[in-house]
Design a protein around this ligand. Structure first.
Ligand code: APR
Length: 232
């Protein structure tokens, strides 16, 4: 019963129309990370940060899952062993494509977090400065996403899954941001076969036993088809 652990990044949602970060014209060429994706940036100009995430939240809600998201959901349904999807993405396209139990290590655009009391609730389409918390009623509402300098979510669970992996795949991620970029090492230490499915080689491509280059909407369905076909 082969356990499969999959890490996805912005590249899997690119063909759904959502921008990646480090590609030509990506989000980090339009905005400074320190202004829109750090706690300091939020403290300095919460309106700018809410504006950045409000725009992404509305865009993500209008996007549709692509064949790559749908293929991973099929793999979860039809593979005999456990298939765990860990994503760095904050969009909901894995779930929209039918995936279950997706682990969002960088949080979710659909979530709001109270910086004062820690309460989480479903974010409104547009969050505003001093967004009131429905529980403590303080003005601490912020996007429930993990900013640079903050601790990614669910790391203990993720490392447990990686320690049990027989097969690890990284899809649509540039391998620039840790701890996600180090997951391939954890999988290798567990003796897993490792495969990178990406448009171009990532920063950690040399650590993978197998690489498949091309757009995710083509490479992922083909890869899933082989895995399920092999299972016979
Ligand atoms: N199919 C497959 N891969 C693609 C496609 C596509 N259609 N389009 C782009 N890619 C690949 C790019 O080649 C690149 O390697 O997706 C990767 C996207 O890399 P990044 O933009 O760096 O996104 P990601 O790796 O998810 O960033 C990780 O950095 O800024 C933080 O929190 C943010 O979660 C994000 C993290």
């Amino acid at each position: 019963m082969e356990k499969i652990v999959i890490l996805t990044g912005a590249g899997i949602s690119a063909e759904s129309g959502l921008g990646t970060f480090r590609d030509e014209g990506g989000l980090w060429s339009q905005h400074r990370i320190e202004d829109v994706a750090t706690p300091e940036g939020f403290a300095r100009d919460p309106a700018l940060v809410h504006g950045f995430y409000n725009a992404r939240r509305v865009q993500a809600a209008q996007a549709a899952p692509n064949p790559a998201h749908e293929a991973l959901a099929r793999l979860q349904r039809d593979h005999s062993g456990e298939v765990v999807i860990v994503t760095q993405n904050v969009d909901g396209l894995h779930e929209a494509g039918g995936a279950q139990g997706v682990i969002h290590m960088h949080g979710e655009l659909a979530g709001a977090l109270c910086a004062f009391c820690g309460h989480r609730w479903r974010a409104p389409d547009e969050m505003s400065v001093n967004e009131p918390c429905p529980v403590c009623h303080g003005p601490g509402g912020r996007p429930d996403v993990v900013w640079f300098g903050e601790i990614p979510y669910h790391m203990e669970t993720i490392l447990e899954h990686l320690a049990q992996a027989d097969l690890f795949a990284a899809i649509g991620t540039s391998g620039n941001v840790y701890p996600a970029a180090g997951f391939v090492e954890e999988a290798r230490a567990a003796g897993a076969h490792t495969v990178e499915l990406n448009l171009e080689p990532s920063a950690v491509v040399s650590r993978f036993g197998e690489t498949r280059f091309g757009p995710a909407s083509q490479t992922v369905p083909a890869w899933v088809g082989e895995l399920l076909g092999r299972a016979g």
